[in-house]
Design a protein around this ligand. Structure first.
Ligand code: SF4
Length: 118
């Protein structure tokens, strides 16, 4: 499998293969690339960006993202949870909407400000 390492802007092209249960990585210029490739093969993670409903705001939604990558396998469950959320305006840029998303350790943060409608 070929991957592009996203751990830094250099974007090394990685060649990843499994041999007798071991993950072998080539093309990385540092150990972070190897760690990234192993994680992609075993438990890939992504930063999640979406939106949350706002009550009483000048916009009906506020954009949010996680402060760190969360396991891809949890994303459907996290999205279902986020769809149930309602946050009261005003919402400040950087405000923590959820402290620990479904035990992932990631915070859900507002990425814009939403003022009160009145
Ligand atoms: S392998 Fe190392 S140098 Fe290459 S993109 Fe990943 S972090 Fe950057």
């Amino acid at each position: 499998m070929r991957l592009v390492c996203i751990a830094c802007p250099l974007g090394c092209e990685l060649l990843v293969r499994e041999d007798s249960g071991r993950v072998l990585v080539q093309g990385n210029r540092c150990t972070r690339g190897e760690a990234y490739a192993r994680e992609e093969m075993t438990d890939p993670k992504r930063v999640l960006a979406t939106s949350v409903k706002v009550l009483g705001g000048d916009y009906p939604l506020v954009s949010v993202r996680t402060d760190r990558p969360v396991p891809k396998r949890l994303i459907p469950e996290i999205m279902a949870f986020i769809r149930t959320l309602r946050v009261e305006a005003p919402v400040e840029l950087g405000q923590i909407i959820v402290e620990d998303l479904l035990g992932s350790g990631a915070k859900l943060l507002a990425t814009r400000t939403v003022r009160r409608a009145d």
